[in-house]
Design a protein around this ligand. Structure first.
Ligand code: PG9
Length: 633
Protein backbone atom coordinates (compact mmCIF):
# COMPACT_ATOMS: atom_id res chain seq x y z
CA UNK A 1 0.00 0.00 0.00
CA UNK A 2 2.73 2.36 0.96
CA UNK A 3 4.58 1.71 -2.32
CA UNK A 4 1.44 2.27 -4.39
CA UNK A 5 0.85 5.54 -2.60
CA UNK A 6 4.40 6.68 -3.29
CA UNK A 7 4.10 5.79 -6.98
CA UNK A 8 0.89 7.69 -7.29
CA UNK A 9 2.43 10.69 -5.66
CA UNK A 10 5.50 10.60 -7.92
CA UNK A 11 3.48 10.16 -11.09
CA UNK A 12 1.10 12.88 -10.07
CA UNK A 13 4.00 15.33 -9.83
CA UNK A 14 5.41 14.79 -13.33
CA UNK A 15 3.50 16.84 -15.84
CA UNK A 16 2.71 15.01 -19.07
CA UNK A 17 4.63 17.63 -21.01
CA UNK A 18 7.68 17.70 -18.75
CA UNK A 19 10.73 17.40 -21.08
CA UNK A 20 11.91 13.82 -21.13
CA UNK A 21 15.57 14.56 -21.70
CA UNK A 22 17.18 16.17 -18.64
CA UNK A 23 18.61 19.64 -19.08
CA UNK A 24 21.89 18.66 -17.42
CA UNK A 25 24.11 15.67 -18.01
CA UNK A 26 22.55 12.41 -16.85
CA UNK A 27 24.42 9.23 -15.98
CA UNK A 28 22.98 5.92 -14.93
CA UNK A 29 24.03 4.55 -11.59
CA UNK A 30 26.52 1.70 -11.63
CA UNK A 31 25.57 -0.35 -8.57
CA UNK A 32 28.25 -2.38 -6.79
CA UNK A 33 31.08 -0.57 -8.56
CA UNK A 34 34.46 -1.32 -7.04
CA UNK A 35 35.50 2.29 -7.66
CA UNK A 36 34.25 5.85 -7.30
CA UNK A 37 34.39 7.90 -10.50
CA UNK A 38 34.25 11.69 -10.27
CA UNK A 39 34.24 14.29 -13.03
CA UNK A 40 35.57 17.71 -12.04
CA UNK A 41 36.53 20.95 -13.75
CA UNK A 42 39.94 22.01 -12.42
CA UNK A 43 40.66 25.76 -12.63
CA UNK A 44 43.97 26.85 -14.17
CA UNK A 45 45.80 30.09 -13.30
CA UNK A 46 44.17 31.95 -16.23
CA UNK A 47 40.66 30.91 -15.15
CA UNK A 48 40.28 28.20 -17.83
CA UNK A 49 38.81 24.99 -16.42
CA UNK A 50 40.04 21.57 -17.50
CA UNK A 51 37.81 18.50 -17.51
CA UNK A 52 39.26 15.81 -15.29
CA UNK A 53 38.12 12.29 -14.40
CA UNK A 54 39.22 10.84 -11.07
CA UNK A 55 38.86 7.10 -10.48
CA UNK A 56 39.34 5.97 -6.90
CA UNK A 57 39.45 2.23 -6.16
CA UNK A 58 37.14 1.46 -3.23
CA UNK A 59 39.59 -1.16 -1.96
CA UNK A 60 41.85 1.56 -0.58
CA UNK A 61 39.08 2.31 1.93
CA UNK A 62 40.03 5.21 4.17
CA UNK A 63 43.74 4.92 3.37
CA UNK A 64 45.75 7.52 1.48
CA UNK A 65 47.01 6.63 -1.97
CA UNK A 66 49.17 8.08 -4.74
CA UNK A 67 47.72 9.64 -7.87
CA UNK A 68 48.72 8.53 -11.39
CA UNK A 69 47.96 11.35 -13.82
CA UNK A 70 47.63 11.33 -17.63
CA UNK A 71 46.92 14.52 -19.59
CA UNK A 72 45.40 13.71 -22.98
CA UNK A 73 44.01 15.18 -26.20
CA UNK A 74 42.15 11.88 -26.73
CA UNK A 75 39.03 12.21 -24.54
CA UNK A 76 39.59 11.74 -20.82
CA UNK A 77 36.05 10.42 -20.31
CA UNK A 78 36.76 7.58 -22.73
CA UNK A 79 40.27 6.95 -21.38
CA UNK A 80 38.63 6.38 -18.00
CA UNK A 81 35.59 4.67 -19.50
CA UNK A 82 36.67 1.91 -21.87
CA UNK A 83 33.27 0.32 -21.17
CA UNK A 84 30.46 0.80 -18.68
CA UNK A 85 31.18 -1.62 -15.91
CA UNK A 86 31.19 -1.97 -12.14
CA UNK A 87 34.77 -3.28 -12.43
CA UNK A 88 37.68 -0.87 -12.40
CA UNK A 89 39.69 -3.29 -14.59
CA UNK A 90 37.04 -2.95 -17.29
CA UNK A 91 36.74 0.84 -17.26
CA UNK A 92 40.50 1.48 -17.35
CA UNK A 93 42.90 0.34 -20.09
CA UNK A 94 45.09 -2.78 -20.17
CA UNK A 95 48.13 -0.63 -19.50
CA UNK A 96 46.68 0.41 -16.13
CA UNK A 97 46.73 -3.15 -14.73
CA UNK A 98 49.69 -2.57 -12.45
CA UNK A 99 48.21 0.65 -11.04
CA UNK A 100 44.83 -0.94 -10.41
CA UNK A 101 46.32 -3.90 -8.56
CA UNK A 102 48.29 -1.53 -6.37
CA UNK A 103 45.56 0.86 -5.34
CA UNK A 104 46.56 3.95 -7.26
CA UNK A 105 44.07 6.77 -7.81
CA UNK A 106 43.89 7.10 -11.59
CA UNK A 107 43.31 10.53 -13.12
CA UNK A 108 42.79 11.52 -16.76
CA UNK A 109 42.49 15.13 -17.89
CA UNK A 110 41.54 16.64 -21.25
CA UNK A 111 44.20 19.13 -22.33
CA UNK A 112 43.01 22.68 -22.84
CA UNK A 113 40.69 23.04 -25.80
CA UNK A 114 39.90 19.33 -26.29
CA UNK A 115 36.76 17.40 -25.37
CA UNK A 116 35.45 18.57 -21.97
CA UNK A 117 38.11 21.19 -21.32
CA UNK A 118 37.76 24.90 -21.89
CA UNK A 119 40.26 27.10 -23.70
CA UNK A 120 42.00 27.13 -27.07
CA UNK A 121 43.56 24.03 -28.52
CA UNK A 122 47.00 24.45 -30.03
CA UNK A 123 48.60 21.28 -31.36
CA UNK A 124 51.44 20.25 -29.03
CA UNK A 125 51.22 23.75 -27.57
CA UNK A 126 54.75 25.14 -27.32
CA UNK A 127 56.25 26.24 -24.02
CA UNK A 128 55.78 29.94 -23.08
CA UNK A 129 58.43 31.92 -24.92
CA UNK A 130 59.10 32.94 -28.50
CA UNK A 131 56.46 30.54 -29.89
CA UNK A 132 53.86 31.06 -27.16
CA UNK A 133 53.10 34.60 -26.01
CA UNK A 134 50.35 33.54 -23.60
CA UNK A 135 50.83 32.92 -19.89
CA UNK A 136 49.88 29.25 -20.07
CA UNK A 137 51.19 26.04 -21.56
CA UNK A 138 51.31 22.35 -20.63
CA UNK A 139 53.95 23.19 -18.05
CA UNK A 140 51.62 25.49 -16.11
CA UNK A 141 48.53 23.36 -16.74
CA UNK A 142 50.27 20.27 -15.32
CA UNK A 143 51.52 22.30 -12.34
CA UNK A 144 48.09 23.76 -11.60
CA UNK A 145 46.42 20.38 -11.99
CA UNK A 146 48.79 18.58 -9.64
CA UNK A 147 48.45 21.40 -7.11
CA UNK A 148 44.67 21.11 -7.19
CA UNK A 149 44.67 17.30 -7.00
CA UNK A 150 46.87 17.01 -3.93
CA UNK A 151 44.83 19.70 -2.17
CA UNK A 152 41.36 18.52 -3.16
CA UNK A 153 41.36 14.73 -3.49
CA UNK A 154 40.79 13.65 0.09
CA UNK A 155 42.46 10.24 -0.36
CA UNK A 156 45.63 11.69 -1.95
CA UNK A 157 48.85 10.92 -0.09
CA UNK A 158 50.32 14.06 -1.60
CA UNK A 159 52.42 12.20 -4.19
CA UNK A 160 51.71 12.22 -7.91
CA UNK A 161 53.19 10.25 -10.81
CA UNK A 162 52.65 10.92 -14.49
CA UNK A 163 52.45 8.36 -17.27
CA UNK A 164 51.33 8.44 -20.89
CA UNK A 165 52.26 7.47 -24.41
CA UNK A 166 52.84 9.57 -27.51
CA UNK A 167 50.96 12.87 -27.18
CA UNK A 168 50.30 11.83 -23.59
CA UNK A 169 54.07 11.19 -23.28
CA UNK A 170 54.69 14.69 -24.58
CA UNK A 171 52.47 16.11 -21.81
CA UNK A 172 54.46 14.08 -19.26
CA UNK A 173 57.70 15.66 -20.47
CA UNK A 174 56.11 19.11 -20.43
CA UNK A 175 55.31 18.68 -16.73
CA UNK A 176 59.04 18.07 -16.13
CA UNK A 177 60.05 21.46 -17.50
CA UNK A 178 59.01 23.11 -14.20
CA UNK A 179 57.74 20.23 -12.08
CA UNK A 180 55.34 20.70 -9.18
CA UNK A 181 56.99 19.50 -5.95
CA UNK A 182 54.35 16.77 -5.57
CA UNK A 183 55.35 15.25 -8.94
CA UNK A 184 57.60 12.46 -7.70
CA UNK A 185 58.19 10.23 -10.76
CA UNK A 186 57.42 10.20 -14.48
CA UNK A 187 57.22 7.63 -17.27
CA UNK A 188 56.97 9.27 -20.70
CA UNK A 189 56.25 6.50 -23.22
CA UNK A 190 57.02 7.04 -26.93
CA UNK A 191 56.86 10.77 -26.25
CA UNK A 192 56.49 13.12 -29.18
CA UNK A 193 59.64 15.24 -28.68
CA UNK A 194 60.84 16.62 -32.00
CA UNK A 195 58.25 16.66 -34.75
CA UNK A 196 60.78 17.37 -37.46
CA UNK A 197 63.78 15.16 -36.72
CA UNK A 198 62.10 11.78 -36.30
CA UNK A 199 58.74 11.78 -34.56
CA UNK A 200 55.26 12.28 -35.97
CA UNK A 201 55.33 15.06 -38.52
CA UNK A 202 58.58 14.60 -40.46
CA UNK A 203 61.59 12.31 -40.54
CA UNK A 204 64.71 14.24 -41.52
CA UNK A 205 62.58 16.63 -43.53
CA UNK A 206 60.37 14.10 -45.34
CA UNK A 207 56.73 14.71 -44.43
CA UNK A 208 54.49 11.93 -43.17
CA UNK A 209 51.23 12.09 -45.10
CA UNK A 210 49.39 10.08 -42.43
CA UNK A 211 49.31 13.31 -40.42
CA UNK A 212 46.65 14.86 -42.60
CA UNK A 213 43.96 12.46 -41.41
CA UNK A 214 45.20 12.87 -37.83
CA UNK A 215 44.96 16.66 -38.14
CA UNK A 216 41.49 16.41 -39.66
CA UNK A 217 40.23 14.29 -36.80
CA UNK A 218 41.99 16.15 -33.98
CA UNK A 219 41.78 19.76 -35.14
CA UNK A 220 38.46 20.11 -36.90
CA UNK A 221 36.44 19.97 -33.67
CA UNK A 222 36.83 20.12 -29.91
CA UNK A 223 35.38 16.61 -29.71
CA UNK A 224 35.50 13.89 -32.37
CA UNK A 225 36.54 15.50 -35.61
CA UNK A 226 36.21 14.89 -39.32
CA UNK A 227 37.57 12.06 -41.44
CA UNK A 228 39.18 12.48 -44.85
CA UNK A 229 37.02 10.56 -47.29
CA UNK A 230 38.88 9.87 -50.55
CA UNK A 231 36.74 7.20 -52.16
CA UNK A 232 39.93 5.20 -52.78
CA UNK A 233 40.43 1.80 -51.19
CA UNK A 234 44.18 2.16 -51.78
CA UNK A 235 45.82 5.21 -50.16
CA UNK A 236 48.58 4.88 -52.74
CA UNK A 237 46.12 5.84 -55.48
CA UNK A 238 44.56 8.62 -53.44
CA UNK A 239 47.84 10.40 -52.76
CA UNK A 240 49.41 9.75 -56.16
CA UNK A 241 46.42 11.10 -58.06
CA UNK A 242 46.21 14.22 -55.88
CA UNK A 243 49.70 15.50 -56.79
CA UNK A 244 51.63 17.23 -54.01
CA UNK A 245 50.73 16.93 -50.34
CA UNK A 246 49.33 20.46 -50.45
CA UNK A 247 47.18 19.44 -53.43
CA UNK A 248 45.87 16.51 -51.42
CA UNK A 249 45.18 18.71 -48.39
CA UNK A 250 43.41 21.23 -50.59
CA UNK A 251 41.26 18.60 -52.28
CA UNK A 252 39.86 17.50 -48.91
CA UNK A 253 39.72 20.93 -47.30
CA UNK A 254 42.28 20.27 -44.58
CA UNK A 255 44.55 23.06 -45.85
CA UNK A 256 42.06 25.40 -44.15
CA UNK A 257 43.10 24.14 -40.71
CA UNK A 258 45.73 26.27 -39.00
CA UNK A 259 48.02 23.43 -38.08
CA UNK A 260 48.20 22.27 -41.70
CA UNK A 261 49.19 25.82 -42.61
CA UNK A 262 51.88 25.85 -39.93
CA UNK A 263 53.33 22.61 -41.30
CA UNK A 264 53.33 23.87 -44.86
CA UNK A 265 54.97 27.13 -43.76
CA UNK A 266 57.81 25.34 -41.96
CA UNK A 267 59.16 22.56 -44.18
CA UNK A 268 62.75 22.97 -42.91
CA UNK A 269 64.17 22.62 -39.39
CA UNK A 270 63.80 26.30 -38.62
CA UNK A 271 63.34 28.00 -35.25
CA UNK A 272 59.68 26.95 -35.18
CA UNK A 273 60.80 23.31 -34.80
CA UNK A 274 64.05 23.85 -32.96
CA UNK A 275 62.46 25.91 -30.21
CA UNK A 276 59.76 23.39 -29.45
CA UNK A 277 61.99 20.31 -29.47
CA UNK A 278 61.55 19.03 -25.94
CA UNK A 279 64.94 17.33 -25.66
CA UNK A 280 66.58 20.70 -26.24
CA UNK A 281 64.31 22.33 -23.64
CA UNK A 282 64.84 19.65 -21.01
CA UNK A 283 68.61 19.67 -21.55
CA UNK A 284 68.61 23.21 -20.12
CA UNK A 285 66.57 22.33 -17.00
CA UNK A 286 67.73 20.74 -13.77
CA UNK A 287 66.94 17.02 -13.50
CA UNK A 288 64.98 16.58 -10.28
CA UNK A 289 62.18 14.10 -11.01
CA UNK A 290 63.07 10.41 -11.56
CA UNK A 291 62.18 9.81 -15.19
CA UNK A 292 61.97 6.56 -17.12
CA UNK A 293 61.68 7.11 -20.89
CA UNK A 294 60.07 4.19 -22.71
CA UNK A 295 59.85 3.36 -26.41
CA UNK A 296 59.14 0.46 -28.73
CA UNK A 297 61.98 -0.91 -30.86
CA UNK A 298 59.68 -0.74 -33.89
CA UNK A 299 57.74 2.39 -32.93
CA UNK A 300 56.09 3.50 -36.16
CA UNK A 301 55.14 6.98 -34.89
CA UNK A 302 57.58 8.34 -32.30
CA UNK A 303 60.77 6.30 -32.57
CA UNK A 304 63.00 9.33 -31.95
CA UNK A 305 61.86 11.17 -28.83
CA UNK A 306 62.52 8.78 -25.95
CA UNK A 307 66.16 8.18 -26.93
CA UNK A 308 66.70 11.88 -27.63
CA UNK A 309 65.33 12.89 -24.24
CA UNK A 310 67.31 10.22 -22.42
CA UNK A 311 70.50 11.33 -24.20
CA UNK A 312 69.85 15.04 -23.60
CA UNK A 313 69.24 14.61 -19.88
CA UNK A 314 71.76 11.85 -19.13
CA UNK A 315 74.77 14.16 -18.54
CA UNK A 316 72.91 15.58 -15.51
CA UNK A 317 72.34 12.14 -14.02
CA UNK A 318 75.58 12.02 -12.09
CA UNK A 319 74.67 8.93 -10.02
CA UNK A 320 72.93 7.13 -12.90
CA UNK A 321 69.76 7.01 -10.79
CA UNK A 322 67.27 9.59 -12.03
CA UNK A 323 67.22 9.17 -15.79
CA UNK A 324 66.50 5.74 -17.25
CA UNK A 325 65.56 4.24 -20.60
CA UNK A 326 63.39 1.24 -21.46
CA UNK A 327 63.11 -0.24 -24.94
CA UNK A 328 60.80 -3.17 -25.56
CA UNK A 329 60.03 -5.14 -28.74
CA UNK A 330 56.94 -3.08 -29.38
CA UNK A 331 55.10 -0.98 -31.91
CA UNK A 332 53.97 2.56 -31.03
CA UNK A 333 52.32 2.50 -27.57
CA UNK A 334 52.59 -1.31 -27.61
CA UNK A 335 53.84 -1.05 -24.03
CA UNK A 336 50.22 -0.58 -22.96
CA UNK A 337 48.84 -3.64 -24.74
CA UNK A 338 49.60 -7.34 -25.07
CA UNK A 339 53.26 -7.68 -26.02
CA UNK A 340 53.98 -11.28 -26.94
CA UNK A 341 54.02 -10.75 -30.73
CA UNK A 342 54.56 -8.10 -33.37
CA UNK A 343 53.66 -8.99 -36.94
CA UNK A 344 55.43 -12.30 -37.64
CA UNK A 345 57.68 -11.97 -34.58
CA UNK A 346 57.13 -13.98 -31.39
CA UNK A 347 58.66 -12.93 -28.10
CA UNK A 348 59.18 -14.44 -24.67
CA UNK A 349 55.64 -13.99 -23.36
CA UNK A 350 53.83 -10.73 -22.76
CA UNK A 351 56.86 -8.43 -22.75
CA UNK A 352 54.71 -5.34 -22.20
CA UNK A 353 53.12 -6.73 -19.06
CA UNK A 354 56.53 -7.97 -17.88
CA UNK A 355 57.82 -4.40 -18.06
CA UNK A 356 54.74 -2.82 -16.46
CA UNK A 357 54.68 -5.28 -13.58
CA UNK A 358 58.38 -5.94 -12.96
CA UNK A 359 59.97 -2.56 -13.77
CA UNK A 360 57.49 0.30 -14.09
CA UNK A 361 55.41 -0.52 -11.02
CA UNK A 362 58.28 -0.93 -8.52
CA UNK A 363 59.88 2.18 -10.05
CA UNK A 364 56.75 4.22 -9.34
CA UNK A 365 55.99 2.51 -6.02
CA UNK A 366 59.30 3.46 -4.45
CA UNK A 367 58.62 7.16 -5.01
CA UNK A 368 54.85 7.23 -4.62
CA UNK A 369 53.64 4.55 -2.22
CA UNK A 370 54.24 5.35 1.42
CA UNK A 371 56.61 2.75 2.88
CA UNK A 372 57.31 0.93 -0.42
CA UNK A 373 60.73 -0.74 -0.70
CA UNK A 374 63.48 0.91 -2.72
CA UNK A 375 63.83 -0.48 -6.23
CA UNK A 376 67.13 -0.85 -7.98
CA UNK A 377 65.93 0.84 -11.18
CA UNK A 378 67.85 -0.41 -14.21
CA UNK A 379 69.62 2.55 -15.85
CA UNK A 380 68.64 0.91 -19.14
CA UNK A 381 66.23 -1.99 -19.58
CA UNK A 382 66.38 -3.26 -23.12
CA UNK A 383 64.90 -6.18 -24.99
CA UNK A 384 67.61 -7.58 -27.22
CA UNK A 385 65.98 -8.66 -30.45
CA UNK A 386 67.26 -11.61 -32.44
CA UNK A 387 67.94 -13.54 -29.23
CA UNK A 388 64.80 -12.32 -27.41
CA UNK A 389 65.86 -11.45 -23.90
CA UNK A 390 65.54 -8.53 -21.51
CA UNK A 391 68.81 -7.04 -20.35
CA UNK A 392 69.75 -4.60 -17.63
CA UNK A 393 72.40 -2.22 -18.96
CA UNK A 394 74.34 0.54 -17.24
CA UNK A 395 74.23 2.95 -20.17
CA UNK A 396 73.02 3.55 -23.71
CA UNK A 397 74.45 3.22 -26.30
CA UNK A 398 76.64 0.26 -25.39
CA UNK A 399 78.91 0.40 -28.40
CA UNK A 400 81.55 3.08 -27.79
CA UNK A 401 82.14 3.54 -31.54
CA UNK A 402 80.84 2.32 -34.87
CA UNK A 403 82.36 -0.06 -37.42
CA UNK A 404 81.70 0.57 -41.12
CA UNK A 405 79.94 -2.13 -43.08
CA UNK A 406 80.72 -1.30 -46.70
CA UNK A 407 78.33 -1.45 -49.64
CA UNK A 408 80.60 -3.28 -52.04
CA UNK A 409 80.53 -3.83 -55.77
CA UNK A 410 78.63 -6.93 -56.83
CA UNK A 411 75.77 -6.29 -54.37
CA UNK A 412 77.95 -7.51 -51.51
CA UNK A 413 78.33 -6.17 -47.98
CA UNK A 414 81.42 -6.52 -45.86
CA UNK A 415 83.57 -5.05 -43.15
CA UNK A 416 86.34 -4.54 -45.73
CA UNK A 417 86.04 -2.14 -48.62
CA UNK A 418 85.79 -4.97 -51.11
CA UNK A 419 88.09 -6.15 -53.87
CA UNK A 420 89.94 -3.31 -55.61
CA UNK A 421 88.61 -0.85 -53.04
CA UNK A 422 85.10 -1.25 -54.25
CA UNK A 423 85.51 -2.81 -57.66
CA UNK A 424 84.68 -6.50 -57.54
CA UNK A 425 86.56 -8.80 -59.88
CA UNK A 426 84.81 -8.74 -63.24
CA UNK A 427 83.00 -5.44 -62.60
CA UNK A 428 84.27 -2.01 -63.34
CA UNK A 429 81.42 -0.16 -61.81
CA UNK A 430 82.29 2.28 -59.10
CA UNK A 431 78.61 2.62 -58.37
CA UNK A 432 75.25 0.91 -58.59
CA UNK A 433 72.34 2.78 -60.08
CA UNK A 434 68.58 2.82 -60.41
CA UNK A 435 65.93 5.07 -61.84
CA UNK A 436 63.64 6.66 -59.31
CA UNK A 437 60.33 7.60 -60.88
CA UNK A 438 58.00 9.82 -58.81
CA UNK A 439 55.15 8.52 -60.95
CA UNK A 440 55.81 5.01 -59.57
CA UNK A 441 57.07 5.52 -56.02
CA UNK A 442 58.10 2.54 -53.91
CA UNK A 443 55.28 1.62 -51.49
CA UNK A 444 56.17 1.37 -47.80
CA UNK A 445 53.90 -1.66 -47.35
CA UNK A 446 52.53 -3.97 -50.04
CA UNK A 447 49.59 -2.54 -51.97
CA UNK A 448 46.73 -1.96 -51.47
CA UNK A 449 48.01 0.47 -48.85
CA UNK A 450 45.52 0.97 -46.00
CA UNK A 451 47.30 3.35 -43.65
CA UNK A 452 44.30 3.75 -41.38
CA UNK A 453 43.95 0.05 -40.65
CA UNK A 454 45.60 -1.07 -37.43
CA UNK A 455 46.64 -4.43 -38.84
CA UNK A 456 48.62 -2.63 -41.55
CA UNK A 457 49.83 0.42 -39.66
CA UNK A 458 50.84 -0.96 -36.27
CA UNK A 459 53.33 -3.65 -37.37
CA UNK A 460 54.54 -2.01 -40.56
CA UNK A 461 58.12 -1.52 -39.32
CA UNK A 462 58.57 -5.31 -39.22
CA UNK A 463 57.12 -5.88 -42.71
CA UNK A 464 59.02 -8.48 -44.77
CA UNK A 465 61.17 -6.42 -47.15
CA UNK A 466 61.21 -9.13 -49.85
CA UNK A 467 58.54 -7.22 -51.70
CA UNK A 468 61.13 -4.52 -52.38
CA UNK A 469 64.55 -6.18 -52.60
CA UNK A 470 64.03 -7.16 -56.24
CA UNK A 471 62.42 -3.96 -57.50
CA UNK A 472 64.52 -2.26 -60.15
CA UNK A 473 64.26 1.02 -58.22
CA UNK A 474 65.63 -0.48 -55.00
CA UNK A 475 69.31 -1.30 -54.57
CA UNK A 476 70.16 -4.27 -52.40
CA UNK A 477 73.45 -5.41 -50.87
CA UNK A 478 73.71 -8.68 -48.93
CA UNK A 479 76.46 -10.20 -46.76
CA UNK A 480 77.50 -13.83 -46.74
CA UNK A 481 75.75 -15.95 -44.09
CA UNK A 482 77.28 -15.08 -40.73
CA UNK A 483 79.54 -17.67 -39.12
CA UNK A 484 79.25 -16.09 -35.66
CA UNK A 485 76.70 -13.86 -33.93
CA UNK A 486 77.00 -10.14 -34.63
CA UNK A 487 75.80 -8.01 -31.75
CA UNK A 488 74.75 -4.38 -32.27
CA UNK A 489 73.78 -1.96 -29.50
CA UNK A 490 73.47 1.69 -30.44
CA UNK A 491 72.63 3.86 -33.40
CA UNK A 492 73.75 2.87 -36.93
CA UNK A 493 74.98 5.79 -39.04
CA UNK A 494 74.44 6.02 -42.77
CA UNK A 495 77.43 7.31 -44.71
CA UNK A 496 76.26 7.34 -48.31
CA UNK A 497 78.09 8.70 -51.34
CA UNK A 498 75.40 9.16 -53.95
CA UNK A 499 74.42 11.23 -56.94
CA UNK A 500 71.18 12.05 -58.68
CA UNK A 501 70.52 13.32 -62.17
CA UNK A 502 67.88 15.56 -60.60
CA UNK A 503 68.43 18.51 -58.28
CA UNK A 504 66.84 17.10 -55.12
CA UNK A 505 66.40 13.58 -53.82
CA UNK A 506 65.29 11.45 -50.89
CA UNK A 507 67.43 8.58 -49.63
CA UNK A 508 65.75 5.73 -47.78
CA UNK A 509 68.19 3.33 -46.13
CA UNK A 510 67.19 0.03 -44.51
CA UNK A 511 69.27 -2.30 -42.35
CA UNK A 512 67.76 -5.77 -42.59
CA UNK A 513 68.26 -9.17 -40.93
CA UNK A 514 67.77 -11.89 -43.57
CA UNK A 515 66.65 -15.14 -41.97
CA UNK A 516 67.97 -18.50 -43.22
CA UNK A 517 66.07 -19.95 -46.17
CA UNK A 518 64.33 -22.39 -43.88
CA UNK A 519 63.28 -21.83 -40.27
CA UNK A 520 61.81 -25.06 -39.00
CA UNK A 521 60.58 -23.56 -35.73
CA UNK A 522 58.50 -20.97 -37.56
CA UNK A 523 58.28 -21.73 -41.30
CA UNK A 524 56.86 -18.32 -42.26
CA UNK A 525 60.18 -16.76 -41.22
CA UNK A 526 62.12 -18.74 -43.86
CA UNK A 527 64.06 -16.13 -45.87
CA UNK A 528 62.26 -13.28 -44.06
CA UNK A 529 63.84 -9.86 -44.53
CA UNK A 530 63.29 -8.28 -41.13
CA UNK A 531 63.89 -4.53 -40.88
CA UNK A 532 66.14 -3.73 -37.93
CA UNK A 533 66.51 0.00 -38.58
CA UNK A 534 65.20 2.11 -41.45
CA UNK A 535 64.80 5.79 -42.13
CA UNK A 536 64.54 8.48 -44.79
CA UNK A 537 66.65 11.58 -45.40
CA UNK A 538 65.69 14.50 -47.62
CA UNK A 539 68.82 15.28 -49.66
CA UNK A 540 68.34 19.07 -49.70
CA UNK A 541 69.23 19.12 -45.98
CA UNK A 542 72.63 17.40 -46.35
CA UNK A 543 74.52 20.57 -45.40
CA UNK A 544 72.21 21.68 -42.61
CA UNK A 545 68.73 20.74 -41.54
CA UNK A 546 67.69 24.38 -41.67
CA UNK A 547 69.48 25.00 -45.00
CA UNK A 548 67.70 23.48 -47.98
CA UNK A 549 70.13 23.43 -50.89
CA UNK A 550 69.73 22.13 -54.43
CA UNK A 551 71.82 19.08 -55.24
CA UNK A 552 74.23 19.53 -58.16
CA UNK A 553 73.02 17.10 -60.83
CA UNK A 554 75.13 13.99 -61.40
CA UNK A 555 77.65 14.90 -58.73
CA UNK A 556 78.37 12.47 -55.90
CA UNK A 557 77.58 14.05 -52.55
CA UNK A 558 77.90 12.68 -49.05
CA UNK A 559 74.74 11.96 -47.07
CA UNK A 560 75.23 11.27 -43.41
CA UNK A 561 72.37 10.52 -41.04
CA UNK A 562 71.50 8.27 -38.13
CA UNK A 563 69.14 5.30 -38.28
CA UNK A 564 66.97 4.44 -35.27
CA UNK A 565 68.68 2.72 -32.34
CA UNK A 566 69.09 -1.06 -32.38
CA UNK A 567 69.81 -3.70 -29.75
CA UNK A 568 69.98 -6.75 -31.94
CA UNK A 569 71.94 -9.93 -32.56
CA UNK A 570 72.27 -11.19 -36.12
CA UNK A 571 72.51 -14.93 -35.54
CA UNK A 572 74.81 -17.39 -37.34
CA UNK A 573 73.32 -18.43 -40.67
CA UNK A 574 71.53 -15.08 -41.01
CA UNK A 575 72.70 -12.47 -43.52
CA UNK A 576 72.84 -8.71 -43.27
CA UNK A 577 71.12 -6.74 -46.00
CA UNK A 578 71.05 -3.04 -46.86
CA UNK A 579 68.46 -1.57 -49.20
CA UNK A 580 68.53 1.94 -50.68
CA UNK A 581 65.64 3.61 -52.52
CA UNK A 582 64.34 7.13 -53.11
CA UNK A 583 60.67 7.01 -52.14
CA UNK A 584 58.56 5.43 -49.38
CA UNK A 585 55.04 6.16 -50.39
CA UNK A 586 52.43 7.23 -49.47
CA UNK A 587 53.63 7.41 -45.88
CA UNK A 588 56.25 9.98 -46.94
CA UNK A 589 55.50 12.69 -49.45
CA UNK A 590 57.23 12.33 -52.80
CA UNK A 591 60.35 14.32 -53.51
CA UNK A 592 59.78 15.83 -56.97
CA UNK A 593 63.52 15.30 -57.66
CA UNK A 594 63.64 18.85 -58.98
CA UNK A 595 64.68 21.43 -56.40
CA UNK A 596 61.74 23.68 -55.53
CA UNK A 597 61.63 26.10 -52.59
CA UNK A 598 58.84 24.21 -50.80
CA UNK A 599 58.13 20.56 -51.65
CA UNK A 600 54.61 20.80 -50.19
CA UNK A 601 53.81 23.15 -53.08
CA UNK A 602 55.53 21.22 -55.91
CA UNK A 603 53.75 21.43 -59.26
CA UNK A 604 53.07 18.44 -61.53
CA UNK A 605 55.90 19.41 -63.90
CA UNK A 606 58.43 19.37 -61.03
CA UNK A 607 58.08 15.60 -60.55
CA UNK A 608 60.74 14.01 -62.77
CA UNK A 609 62.48 10.68 -63.12
CA UNK A 610 66.09 10.67 -61.95
CA UNK A 611 69.01 8.30 -62.24
CA UNK A 612 70.43 7.62 -58.80
CA UNK A 613 73.90 6.26 -58.17
CA UNK A 614 75.33 4.88 -54.97
CA UNK A 615 79.13 4.76 -54.97
CA UNK A 616 81.60 2.19 -53.72
CA UNK A 617 84.73 3.75 -55.13
CA UNK A 618 88.03 4.88 -53.60
CA UNK A 619 87.33 7.92 -51.45
CA UNK A 620 83.60 7.35 -51.87
CA UNK A 621 83.09 4.18 -49.87
CA UNK A 622 79.44 4.10 -48.94
CA UNK A 623 78.83 2.33 -45.65
CA UNK A 624 76.47 1.80 -42.78
CA UNK A 625 78.47 2.37 -39.63
CA UNK A 626 77.31 -0.27 -37.18
CA UNK A 627 77.40 -0.05 -33.37
CA UNK A 628 79.13 -3.43 -33.00
CA UNK A 629 79.60 -4.84 -29.51
CA UNK A 630 82.09 -7.63 -29.47
CA UNK A 631 81.63 -9.24 -26.10
CA UNK A 632 78.25 -10.60 -25.02
CA UNK A 633 77.17 -8.23 -22.22
N1 PG9 B 1 51.70 9.74 -32.46
C1 PG9 B 1 50.50 10.47 -32.06
C2 PG9 B 1 50.79 11.96 -32.01
C3 PG9 B 1 51.50 12.55 -30.97
C4 PG9 B 1 51.73 13.91 -30.99
C5 PG9 B 1 51.29 14.66 -32.05
C6 PG9 B 1 50.63 14.05 -33.07
C7 PG9 B 1 50.37 12.71 -33.08
C8 PG9 B 1 49.92 9.85 -30.83
O1 PG9 B 1 49.85 8.63 -30.81
O2 PG9 B 1 49.46 10.50 -29.91
Amino acid sequence: LATAALCNTVYAQTAPMAPDIPASKFATTVPNADYVRQEVMIPMRDGTKLFTVIVIPKRIGGAKAPIMLTRTPYNAARRAGRMKSPNITSILGDGDDAFIENGYIRVFQDVRGKYGSEGDYVMTRPVRGPLNDTKVDHVTDAWDTIDWLVKNVAQSNGKVGMVGSSYEGFTVLMALVEPHPALKAAVPMSPMVDGWRGDDWFHNGAFRNTNLSYIASQNSARGEGEQIVTGNYDDYDAFLRAGSTADFAHAYGVDRLNFTKKLFEHPAYDSYWQEQALDRILAKRPLTVPTMSVVGRWDQEDIYGAYATYAAVEPKDTNNKLNSLVVGPWRHSGVNYEGSTLGALRFTGDTAQQFRRDVMLPFFNQYLQDGAPAFDTPPVWSYQTGVNRWRRLERWPLAPATTPLYLQAGAALGFDKGPGAGRAAGTNAAFDEYVSDPAKPVPFVPRPVRMGEGTVWKPWLVTDQRSYSDRPDVLTWTSAPLAAPLQLAGQPMVNLFASTSGTDSDWVVKLIDVYPDEVAAQPDLGGYQLPIAMDIFRGRYRQGLDKPLAIPANKAERYRFALPNVDHVFLPGHRIMVQVQSSWFPLYDRNPQTFVPNIFLAKPGDYRKATQRVYHAPGMESAIELPVVNSQQ
